[in-house]
Design a protein around this ligand. Structure first.
Ligand SMILES: Cc1cc2nc3c(=O)[nH]c(=O)nc-3n(C[C@H](O)[C@H](O)[C@H](O)COP(=O)(O)O)c2cc1C
Ligand code: SF4
Length: 401
């Protein structure tokens, strides 16, 4: 367990270090990463998407199958196993959450399984989880945490949930300008909208709480996207955040659950290699321009012009709405499950590697989770002499765009 002078994150009766490890699919944040983060007293998150890929026996049953029901069942078994394993590592410390994407077809089944398998929290991104309170009525001890990007979205969720006598136990505010993976903006053009700047969203949300008569401390706000220095953590907490969420810096830790090549691609990416484009799920996304992505982006416009409905390429039907399967020309035109699985397995040529836009705390060094959390809490860097990590400048907090 680690200790810190920074104020603790109070969540559903737990007192945690103010550091949240964001959920990362496919398989990038599984039991090892989430369990290690929790074991140190912080908030660890398992991504629920397609976790069977970490279980060779489940892949023998389903790897070549086009039977959606069989694949879905294997993924629920995998989620249960991953939660048990993460909790074993955590030894009762911290918090182990499950991240579920609203855009995924089996969203409700993953939420139910997470609750039944004893997750401490369910965190939902990639869409507005208006129905989360009903889905979890029988599990009042499970914390509910939506991921949103602007005050408007936060207002919609809080008002809808209030009518169901439920409030979020915390809210993740993710800035699409910097974050990795799927981004909470309508299009790539909208990513730099000043409405997403942390000071604007924090101030607007605190005002919203006042207008609705809500106590601020009952709904902690967790800011995420591009955070990579201790200074930013201190500044954001000074502006009203109760914790910070990081994705990319955790993905590249020693305990990150993806293949070492995955981490290599992320740490070696230069700013000009990091691109945004439309995902097949209908949201903008940010990733590293690896050979597959460069090739896809060259053909994207043509593929979009030719888009028409067709059966799911792998029979998994992972998304509720899929640009490729449903022939939606303004969405991406590739199978995201296939490409993310290649990345997880370390296939640099064929994988899709999600990454945030900002520098990493330890440059290109792969370090243990403990050192990352210690640095975020104290500003003290581990000795990186043995590796060729560039020194990272301490920067002021994000200013409104
Ligand atoms: C490889 C990778 C996969 C991700 N997958 C998901 C996901 O499945 N669901 C989700 O809500 N967020 C996902 N994210 C976003 C992170 O949880 C986190 O909010 C975001 O990365 C924060 O920005 P940062 O990477 O700049 O720290 C992913 C991020 C990465 C790097
Ligand atoms: S084609 Fe679309 S729905 Fe089918 S597995 Fe790929 S991303 Fe999912």
């Amino acid at each position: 367990m680690l200790h810190s002078a920074l104020e603790r994150l109070k969540l559903k009766g737990k007192s945690l270090l103010p550091i949240v490890q964001g959920g990362m699919g496919v398989g990038v944040s599984a039991h090892r990463l989430a369990g290690t983060v929790a074991s140190l007293g912080a908030f660890g998150t398992i991504s629920s998407v397609d976790l069977r890929r970490h279980h060779p026996d489940l892949m023998v049953q389903t790897g070549r199958s086009r039977d959606k029901a069989l694949i879905d069942a294997a993924n629920l078994v995998a989620l249960d196993r991953e939660l048990i394993a993460a909790k074993k590592i955590a030894k009762g410390n911290g918090l182990v959450a499950v991240n579920v994407m609203k855009a995924v077809a089996e969203y409700a089944a993953y939420v139910r399984q997470a609750c039944e398998s004893d997750a401490d929290a369910v965190v939902v991104g990639a869409g507005l989880p208006l129905d989360l309170p009903e889905l979890t009525t029988n599990f009042p001890k499970v914390a509910l945490v939506p991921i949103l990007s602007d005050v408007r979205g936060i207002g919609v969720i809080i008002k809808k949930w209030m009518r169901k006598n439920r409030l979020p136990d915390a809210i993740v505010i993710e800035n699409p300008r910097y974050a990795a993976g799927h981004l909470g903006a309508p299009s790539t053009d909208a990513l730099n909208n000043p409405n997403f700047a942390f000071p604007t969203v924090l101030e607007g949300t605190l005002q919203l709480f006042k207008d609705l008569g809500l106590e601020q401390e009952n709904i902690p706000l967790i800011t995420g996207g591009g955070i990579h220095t201790h200074r930013q953590v201190v500044d954001l907490m000074g502006m009203g955040a109760s914790a910070v969420q990081l994705g990319t810096p955790f993905a590249v830790t020693e305990e990150g659950d993806a293949h070492p090549n995955f981490k290599k691609v992320l740490v070696e990416a230069k700013p000009e290699d990091i691109v945004t484009f439309m995902s097949v799920a209908g949201l903008p996304a940010r990733a590293v321009r690896t050979p597959w992505l460069a090739n896809y982006l060259e053909k994207e416009a043509k593929l979009q012009r030719m888009a028409k409905p067709k059966p799911c390429t792998v029979g998994f039907d992972c998304l509720a709405q899929c640009g490729l399967r449903d022939g939606i020309s303004k969405h991406g035109q590739f199978c995201i499950d296939t490409q993310l699985a290649f990345a997880l397995a370390g296939d640099i040529k064929r994988g899709l590697f999600f990454r945030g836009s900002e520098k990493l705390p330890f440059g290109n060094a792969i370090r243990p989770v403990r050192e990352l959390i210690e640095y975020l809490l104290t500003g003290l860097r581990p000795a990186l002499a043995a590796v060729s990590a560039p020194t990272v400048r301490l920067e002021p907090a994000f200013a409104p765009a």
